[in-house]
Design a binder for this molecule. Structure first.
Ligand code: AMP
Length: 192
């Protein structure tokens, strides 16, 4: 199986590119942000628990992610090609839990591919998206907080995966098509 993590700050284009990657390589696309947004829309107990956390731009506690991951992996189990993770892991603890979970089925992370975009550019993109999608976590104040959280809690994952020789990045600025082309080159290179 080919197990890809698409990595990068909020607004770096992970959602758009993950969908394309999943389509081209026949991988199961899992976005933890989308899972939470669906739970919130459905008013489920999990949705009610995480709503205010997400609206503040904070991270959902790590222990709530394990169960979500387990069911996402079970869903992906029917697909022998693998998956693309979008928005997960976001902390070292999540990455460690994930490694353990994958080990249970003799799997591992194949590649962590980062979309490299400057902070001012992602803030600009997120503010634009806020107008289009009216996401409550896309106000300027919450966006700045999400960036702060990204730097303090998620950024260290680069080092975690670099040490495993699994980390690569592509420039995430330019046309969606050109960025996708660079992504595919990197994925193809890592497969051969
Ligand atoms: P996203 O759409 O990936 O930017 O996720 C939206 C929000 O959902 C984030 O700002 C977090 O509050 C929450 N979230 C999504 N994925 C995770 C995760 N792996 N760990 C903790 N919180 C998450």
């Amino acid at each position: 199986m080919y197990n890809l993590i698409l990595f990068g700050p909020p607004g770096s284009g992970k959602g758009t590119q993950s969908a394309r990657i999943a389509d081209k390589y026949n991988l199961v696309h899992t976005s933890t942000g989308d899972i939470f947004r669906t739970e919130i829309r459905n008013g489920s107990p999990l949705g009610l628990k995480v709503q205010s956390i997400i609206e503040k731009g904070e991270l959902v506690p790590d222990d709530l992610l394990v169960d979500i991951l387990r069911s996402a992996l079970q869903r992906a189990a029917g697909n022998i090609n693998g998956f693309v993770m979008d928005g997960f892991p976001r902390t070292i603890r999540q990455a460690e839990d994930f490694d353990k979970l994958l080990k249970e089925t003799s799997e591992s992370v194949s590649l962590v591919l980062a979309l490299d975009v400057d902070e001012e550019e992602v803030v600009k993109r997120l503010l634009k998206r806020a107008q289009l999608e009216s996401r409550k976590d896309d106000t300027e104040e919450v966006i700045r907080n999400r960036m702060k959280v990204y730097h303090s809690q998620t950024y260290p994952l680069m080092d975690y995966y670099s040490k495993q020789g699994k980390f690569q990045s592509v420039r995430g600025v330019g046309s969606v098509d050109n960025i996708f082309e660079d992504i595919c080159k990197t994925i193809d290179g890592s497969m051969s």
